[in-house]
Design a protein around this ligand. Structure first.
Ligand SMILES: Nc1ncnc2c1ncn2[C@@H]1O[C@H](COP(=O)(O)OP(=O)(O)O)[C@@H](O)[C@H]1O
Ligand SMILES: [Mg+2]
Length: 425
């Protein structure tokens, strides 16, 4: 009998994972908890929250799930992997103790500093007066980060002492991010090009994926507010062989040595956000799960089966895996609700989905969508990720926008420069 897979989460990443895993000849059925209108087309949505470990475990037992794949970061921090592993069920993702590398920026900075992993110079504070004193005498720009998970909104780049002061107030006194902001990391501003690295880590070794580039800012030309990501390209075009060698030696090798030295166990996806600076690659943060919208472009380029990769990660046998990547480039353009990343309305009817899907080389991944009476409605900030795959970045980009042009909903916003030639920083 084929495998039954449960994917937790409801974003574009989860639809992309479901899409890829369902293509495996070994997979019989894919469930998504809670999923979206896209995962519902591939498998079955189940109304369980990704953080409800007990609910997920009961479902997995009842439906004889062979493998559970965790999507979002907060589920890892909540210990869903610990609960499954302790119950003897197979699950993809690191345990909470290792996922702290993402859920606490101070923990990650300390880890990097102790293990010689290049990162921005920093100080951490639990006292707002001390943080203020430090910021008053610092050089600008300066970066203030809430320690914990803050839905991608906990990082403030301060242009001057006044802005740093406001950031400290927001985090530590107004407690806008709750407990996540009681501690802050204040770090040096790095200049360079950002890039997203993904590597499967099986406890003893790692398998590096192709590099991607996200576009974090809401508006064209990298203007506006930070978002969860408005589009991705793969490959990023900024990582040559020499840079890859440095990323391996200075970041991933040292990460593995650090994990070992600290007695931690890490099995799952490690996704470091990097700044490629004049001095070399530096880690902005560690994410302990698949990127969103990086996953959307990675799955488009992975030509071989994904199931063995996930299994080998859990079993510690990644050295036997040789994934096949497409030579073609992939581009993902996010279609977002009007107002995102601020307040936005939901429940708008989405038009043109089937027209876009009809284009050869285009694949549309759902994020904040909901099926209702045969219609697909918006239900989140990032609504869809339209991907194009073709030989060469320009062709992939043209294809993604060709697909995106077919789709419309009230208030829809997108960036028009995903993968466009970069202005030098
Ligand atoms: N030290 C830094 N120098 C320059 N930019 C930074 C720095 N740290 C973070 N950023 C910017 O802020 C964004 C978010 O920071 P990150 O550490 O990735 O936090 P999160 O993804 O949890 O919000 C980064 O993608 C990058 O654009
Ligand atoms: Mg980030």
């Amino acid at each position: 009998m084929g495998m039954r897979i449960l994917i937790t989460g409801s974003g574009g990443r989860e639809h992309a994972l479901a899409w890829k895993l369902s293509q495996s000849s070994r997979v019989e059925r894919v469930y998504a908890a809670p999923g979206n209108a896209g995962t519902a087309l591939i498998g079955e949505n189940v109304p369980i929250s990704p953080e409800d470990a007990a609910g997920l475990l009961a479902f997995a037992r009842e439906h004889r799930i062979d493998l559970t794949v965790v999507g979002p970061d907060d589920a890892l921090a909540a210990g869903v992997v610990d609960v499954f592993e302790d119950a003897g069920l197979r699950i993809f993702g690191p345990r909470a103790a290792a996922a702290r590398l993402e859920s606490s920026k101070a923990f990650a900075k300390d880890f990097m500093q102790r293990h010689g992993i290049p990162t921005a110079a920093y100080r951490e504070f639990t006292d707002s007066a001390e943080a203020r004193d430090y910021c008053r005498a610092a050089n600008y720009p300066l970066v203030v980060k809430a320690d914990g998970l803050a839905l991608g909104k906990g990082v403030i780049i301060a242009a001057d002492a006044e802005q740093a002061d406001a950031a400290i107030r927001t985090c530590m006194e107004d407690k806008v991010f709750g407990a996540a902001g009681m501690k802050v990391v204040v770090e040096e501003f790095l200049v360079g090009v950002e890039c997203s690295i993904h590597a499967l880590v099986d406890g003893s070794g790692y398998l590096l994926f192709p590099d991607c580039r996200d576009h974090k800012k809401a508006l064209d030309g990298d203007l506006g507010l930070n978002t969860g990501g408005m589009g991705t390209i793969c490959p990023s075009g900024t990582v040559d062989e020499e840079m890859t060698a440095r990323i391996r030696a200075e970041i991933l090798d040292r990460f593995m040595a650090g994990i070992r030295a600290d007695g931690l166990s890490f099995r799952g996806m490690l996704f470091p956000g990097l700044m490629l600076t004049a001095e070399g690659p530096k880690v902005l943060e560690f994410n302990c799960r698949w990127g969103d919208p990086e996953t959307q472009v990675l799955v488009r380029r992975l030509n071989s089966d994904m199931v063995p990769l996930l299994e080998a990660t859990i079993d510690g046998t990644l050295t036997d895996q040789f994934p096949v990547w497409d030579d073609a480039a992939a581009v993902c353009v996010i279609l977002a609700s009007g107002g995102y990343p601020g307040a936005y309305e939901k429940g708008k009817a989405i038009h043109g989905l089937s027209k876009a899907a009809f284009i050869e080389g285009v694949e549309v991944f759902h994020a904040g969508t909901k099926a209702s009476d045969g219609q697909v409605l918006t239900s989140g900030g990032r609504v869809l990720g339209v991907t194009g795959k073709a030989l060469g970045l320009e062709a992939a980009r043209a294809l993604a926008y060709l697909g995106a042009d077919e789709i419309s909903f009230d208030g829809m916003q997108r960036r028009n420069d995903i993968g466009a030639p970069r202005r030098m920083p």
